[in-house]
Design a protein around this ligand. Sequence first.
Ligand code: DGP
Ligand code: NA
Ligand code: NA
Length: 211
Amino acid sequence: PPPPPRPPRGSLIVLEGLDRSGKTSQCARLVSHLQDKEGLPVEAWRFPDRTTCVGSMIAAYLANQSQLDDRAIHLLFSANRWEKRVLMESKLKSGTSLVVDRYSYSGVAFSAAKGLDIEWCKAPEVGLIAPDLVLFLDVPPEKAAERGGYGTERYEQLEFQKEVAKHYNLLRDPTWEVVDGSLPLEAVEEQIRRLTMDSIVTCQKGKPLAN
Ligand code: DGP
Ligand code: NA
Ligand code: NA
């Protein structure tokens, strides 16, 4: 008998934006919607993934409990994505869509905002799985800073976030959809749902996975 048909592949959906742009709550709302209302196989992922060994070094750095050379921490953030690559590929191929809170664009924007060369920052990301859709939650840095204030993590400072915003602008590519994150939460959610469903359908129809 012929082999059983492979399930349609899942979609790699990435949310990006400044700290306090609303990404994390939008990721959670999107995942519940896709699971509960659309009945789709989907998982919530995030980077940095602080649960791994590399992730614990990143967590200590972000909490200002350790000091690391700018290039060393850059490579750790990248390694944290690489250590999840095999699992990511197998999930997508088995039909599970992934909604990911931050990915390589954060990697490049946050490190380049410190003054590192942008091409140097991009190099270790080459070969990671390419997102099918990047949802950029656009919120002005001043407005993000007002939202409940920043915590005490290393990068949560207005002047630095302004630099990050400039570098995100340099990274926009055709996989990006810019969503106005200043709109009411429900309006943002609605746009995100629609764009995500379009991407999931395109992947189900056989769009190949890319690096
Ligand atoms: P989050 O857990 O999403 O709040 O991210 C923690 C902080 O780390 C946040 O300020 C964004 C920053 N960040 C996320 N990914 C990277 C990365 O790959 N490189 C650098 N330098 N910073 C990152
Ligand atoms: Na944060
Ligand atoms: Na977050």
